[in-house]
Design a binder for this molecule. Structure first.
Ligand SMILES: C[S@@+](CC[C@H](N)C(=O)[O-])C[C@H]1O[C@@H](n2cnc3c(N)ncnc32)[C@H](O)[C@@H]1O
Length: 220
């Protein structure tokens, strides 16, 4: 369902014109936005880790949670939309914000202990393999990678109970898993995240349209 939407323009426009915070990044509700973050924070232990990169940070709602929970962590965040970053910077967080794309991450190899990417791949028309290669490139050995995106095999789409959003790109989770494993990542866990609850609710894969993949980088 990939289209030729110019996602930079799309998100620049949302950041500038939407008033409600979650709408500035295209989420339908606060629950949609925060359920992903709380699930990541439940699963990942960032204690003692030095450096995190969040890709497609939007207005930095995730960063605001992380700064409070892990004050010693060095946080970097990139986004293709300068307008989203403008809103993010207004939070006055100790975060290093930069313009950057998932397929050209402006950091050296093996720089981060953790890379997160919430809800970006569904709004991305490029090569998934290239995006994964870039994310893994900047990750240190034993570092964590946590991605959330949309499931092509969600049972609700198959039954016709819900319709996929034609703007989004949907992925087969097992293919994402295979791709990560081919790039030196061991997948630790995958599951669906119900975005109906603010604090997130982990369900078996395909039971909701949003899924997460959590992996760790191997020693070669
Ligand atoms: C649905 S929003 C999610 C924002 C944030 N991660 C959150 O969950 O609130 C998608 C974000 O990804 C950014 N984005 C889209 N394509 C990107 C790309 N190729 N590289 C980096 N960021 C991108 C958009 O500008 C937007 O801020």
């Amino acid at each position: 369902m990939t289209d030729d939407t110019n996602w930079k323009e799309y998100f620049d426009n949302l950041a500038e014109n939407e008033v409600i915070e979650h709408k500035k990044v295209g989420w339908g509700s606060n629950e949609s936005m925060y359920s992903r973050f709380y699930t990541a924070l439940k699963l990942l232990s960032l204690k003692g880790k030095e450096c995190l990169l969040d890709i497609g940070c939007g207005t930095a709602a995730f960063e605001e949670l992380v700064v409070v929970k892990y004050p010693a962590l060095e946080i970097h965040a990139i986004d293709i939309s300068g307008k989203e970053l403008h809103v993010a910077r207004r939070r006055n967080l100790l975060v290093n914000f930069k313009i950057g794309s998932i397929i050209d991450i402006p950091y050296p190899d093996s720089f981060f202990n953790c890379v997160t990417c919430f809800g970006v791949l569904q709004n991305f028309n490029g090569s998934l393999a290239l995006a994964i290669t870039e994310m893994v490139r900047v990750l240190k050995v034993k570092g964590d990678i946590f991605i959330t995106t949309m499931d092509n095999d969600y049972v609700g789409f198959k039954s016709g109970e819900r319709k996929p959003n034609p703007m989004n790109t949907y992925y087969v989770p097992e293919e994402l898993n295979e791709l990560l494993e081919s790039k030196n990542i061991t997948v630790v866990k995958m599951g669906a995240i119900s975005s109906q609850k603010l604090e997130g609710l982990i369900l078996p894969l395909h039971q909701w349209h949003t899924f997460y993949v959590w992996g760790q980088k191997n020693i070669q």
